[in-house]
Ligand binder design. Structure first.
Ligand code: 7TS
Length: 401
C-alpha cells in the first residue's frame, strides 16, 4: 500500500487546508498498523506482564518479550539482555547519567557533551556533575554545524569519565560521526553514550558497528506510540551499574534487611511498563523494515535537497545547519521576522505544521546568537508537493510581514 495512505491523520484538514505535517522531529504520525496493534492489545491481550500464570498474562508477556527481540535485531545488539525498555530518550539518558555518576563520578572528574545537544543530553549530566562536584566540558562545533571532532583528543583528560553525544542534531540535522567519536574515546578507555532520538528514525543504526556503550531512543519519533523508549547498553556496563528505580520486577528477593536485584534487563525495569506502546514499537519497526532504511534515506534526502534549494530562492533566508552529512531537518530564519510569527501564519494560511523556538537546544541558539528558528523536519510520508505548499505559504507570509 502507498505509504501515505497508511497514515489516517494525514487525511485531515488543518485550518481548512490539507494538513502538511513537517513537525516530525517533535513526533511522527502513526501508521494504521501501529494504531491497530494498540487496539488489538486492549481488545484481546490486556494483562500485566511477568506476573501470574494465566492465559492472558502469558500472552502479553510473550508479546512484550518478542518486541525486545525485535528491537535487539533492529539495532544489531549482541544480546536481548542489552535492551531496556524506558519511557523515552530522556528517561534512558537520565537512567545512565544517574547510575553512572553514582558509581563512577567523583569530585574533579569530567563529562564531555557537545554544543549541539538537546537539553535532554545536557541537563541530566549537569545534575550528575553538580551532585558529585564534577565538571561538564563541551566539544565545539563549526559555523556550518559540524562537530569539531579533531578537538576531542585535546579535550579528553585522565579525569574524563564519559562522553555523551547526539547521533543527529534535532536543530541542524547534522549526522555526527559517532563511530569515529567512539574510537577516539575508547582509545583512552572512555565510554560513549549516543542520544539517538533523531538518529534512528532516519539513519540505520548498528550498535555493534558504532561500538557505542549506550544508545538511547524514543519510539514516538519513529512511528511508534508515545511513552516507550529504549536504552541499549553493553552488557558489561548494565551489569556494572547500580539499579535506577526500585520497585516490582527489578528485584531478586526482598527482605527488610537486604534486597537482591533481578538479572538484566529487568534490573532496570521497575514497575508496570507501557505494554501497549512496547508492542506498538515492534509493529513500527516492522513498518520501517518493510520500507527499508535505504528507501527512507533516499526519499528524505530528496525532500531535504529540494526544500533547501527552494528556500534559498527566498530573499533573506538564512539556513542553520549546512553540514555535508545531514538528515531531513531544515532550520532557518527570514530577515528579522520572528520565527513564531512565521510558524503561526504558515499554520493559519497553509495548514503547514512546523516547529518554532529554541527546540530545547538553548546552548546551540546561544552559539548562533539567536533566540530560535523555524524548523521543518521530514518523515517518510512527506512529499515534494507538500514542500511546494510550504514554500508558497512562506512566500505569502513574507509578503504579509
Ligand atoms: N534528544 C534529542 C536529540 C531530541 O531531539 C529529543 C526530542 C530528545 C532527546 C528527547 O526526546 P523525548 O522523546 O524523551 O522527549 N526532540 C524534540 C524536538 O526536536 N522537538 O520536540 C522534541
Amino acid at each position: 500500500m502507498n505509504i501515505r495512505e497508511q497514515f489516517p491523520i494525514l487525511k485531515i484538514t488543518a485550518n481548512g487546508k490539507p494538513l502538511v505535517y513537517f513537525d516530525n522531529g517533535a513526533t511522527t504520525q502513526k501508521p494504521q498498523c501501529v494504531i491497530d496493534r494498540i487496539v488489538k492489545y486492549y481488545t484481546e491481550e490486556n494483562s500485566n506482564i511477568h506476573r501470574g500464570t494465566h492465559y492472558l498474562s502469558e500472552l502479553s508477556t510473550q508479546a512484550f518479550e518478542h518486541s525486545r527481540d525485535t528491537v535487539a535485531k533492529f539495532i544489531n545488539a549482541g544480546k536481548r539482555e542489552e535492551i531496556v525498555f524506558t519511557k523515552g530518550t530522556t528517561d534512558s539518558i537520565n537512567l545512565v547519567a544517574d547510575t553512572f555518576s553514582t558509581k563512577y563520578l567523583a569530585e574533579g572528574d569530567e563529562v564531555i557533551v557537545t554544543q549541539l545537544e538537546h537539553h535532554s543530553n545536557i541537563v541530566p549530566w549537569q545534575i550528575a556533575c553538580e551532585k558529585k562536584g564534577a565538571v561538564l566540558k563541551v566539544l565545539p562545533i563549526t559555523e556550518k554545524g559540524d562537530l569539531m571532532v579533531e578537538k576531542l583528543p585535546e579535550l579528553m583528560t585522565d579525569r574524563t569519565r564519559i562522553i555523551a553525544v547526539a547521533h543527529v542534531s534535532n536543530v541542524l540535522g547534522t549526522i555526527n560521526p559517532v563511530k569515529d567519536i567512539v574510537a577516539i574515546a575508547h582509545s583512552r578507555g572512555i565510554p560513549v553514550l549516543v542520544d539517538g532520538a533523531q538518529g534512528i528514525p532516519h539513519v540505520k543504526v548498528d550498535v555493534q558497528e558504532f561500538d557505542c556503550d549506550f544508545y538511547c531512543f524514543s519510539g514516538h519519533k519513529m512511528y511508534a506510540p508515545m511513552g516507550v523508549g529504549v536504552l541499549y547498553g553493553k552488557e558489561k556496563w548494565l551489569n556494572d551499574l547500580p539499579p535506577y528505580q526500585g520497585g516490582g520486577e527489578m528485584i531478586g528477593t526482598v527482605t527488610f534487611a537486604r534486597t537482591t536485584y533481578n538479572d538484566l534487563p529487568y534490573k532496570f525495569e521497575a514497575g508496570t511498563p507501557n505494554v501497549e506502546a512496547v508492542l506498538g514499537l515492534e509493529t513500527a519497526i516492522d513498518f520501517m523494515d518493510n520500507i527499508g532504511y535505504d528507501a527512507i534515506m533516499q526519499h528524505e534526502n530528496e525532500l531535504l535537497k529540494y526544500c533547501t534549494e527552494e528556500l534559498k530562492k527566498i530573499d533573506g533566508v538564512r539556513i542553520y545547519g549546512e553540514s555535508e552529512f545531514k538528515s531531513g531537518v531544515i532550520s532557518f530564519l527570514i530577515n528579522g521576522i520572528h520565527p513564531f510569527d512565521v510558524g503561526t501564519l504558515l499554520d493559519k494560511i497553509s495548514g503547514v505544521a512546523v516547529r518554532t523556538g529554541h527546540h530545547c537546544a538553548e546552548p546551540l541558539m546561544d552559539f548562533y546568537g539567536i533566540l530560535g528558528t523555524v524548523r521543518a523536519s521530514f518523515a517518510v510520508y512527506n512529499t515534494l508537493e507538500e514542500v511546494d505548499v510550504f514554500i508558497s505559504g512562506l512566500k505569502k507570509v513574507v509578503m504579509m510581514l
